[in-house]
Design a protein around this ligand. Structure first.
Ligand code: ZN
Length: 176
């Protein structure tokens, strides 16, 4: 039986919706892994930010912020995750890799993401004060090194921003 034009259009819309739903579920699954990292950071007394790197559908690196523990300004979750992934695959190029991070990367991390040739970046909460992936700066569009990083913000945004908010609220409440 031949489909009418309306039926064809309807089928296309349904297929598109199904693809988008599947893609969202996939992104949320990996973001949840990043959130678990952020919770581990919080337990260690660090600002709760977590990141994972995925290659061929598998997590190849997990990391969280370790700035206080390591007393190191560069120990952001994204940098540590990139270092782990490079060591694991024995290549500085992470072409085809996807990064999932709970908070919009800062300029340093966005630069590292471009340098590592990461293909896609997904972040949770927007960082309105110094976010470098669209909020304040757009490092990934201006480095010229890799203009092919696709960026999607706001994945599980509420959960991700609640992590950071509650951390700073607790901190304020503990101050004398
Ligand atoms: Zn950073």
């Amino acid at each position: 039986m031949k489909l009418t034009r309306e039926e064809k259009a309807e089928r296309k819309r349904a297929e598109k919706l199904a693809r988008e739903t599947a893609e969202r579920r996939r992104a949320e699954k990996f973001m949840k892994a990043a959130i678990r990292q952020a919770r581990a950071a919080e337990k260690a007394g660090e600002v709760p930010i977590g990141a994972v790197i995925v290659m061929d559908g598998k997590v190849v690196a997990r990391a969280h912020n370790l700035r206080e523990t390591k007393r190191l300004a560069t120990a952001h979750a994204e940098i540590i995750a990139i270092e782990k992934a490079c060591r694991k695959i024995k290549d500085w190029r992470l072409s085809g890799a996807e990064m999932f991070v709970t908070l919009e990367p800062c300029p340093m991390c966005a630069g590292a993401i471009a340098n590592a040739r990461i293909s896609s970046l997904y972040f949770g909460a927007y960082e309105r004060k110094c976010g470098a992936c669209g909020s304040v700066h757009n490092v990934l569009e201006s480095t010229g090194q890799n203009s092919n990083v696709s960026v999607a913000g706001g994945v599980l945004e509420e959960e991700c921003s609640a992590l950071v908010k509650s951390f700073f609220e607790n901190k304020r409440n503990k101050m004398p």
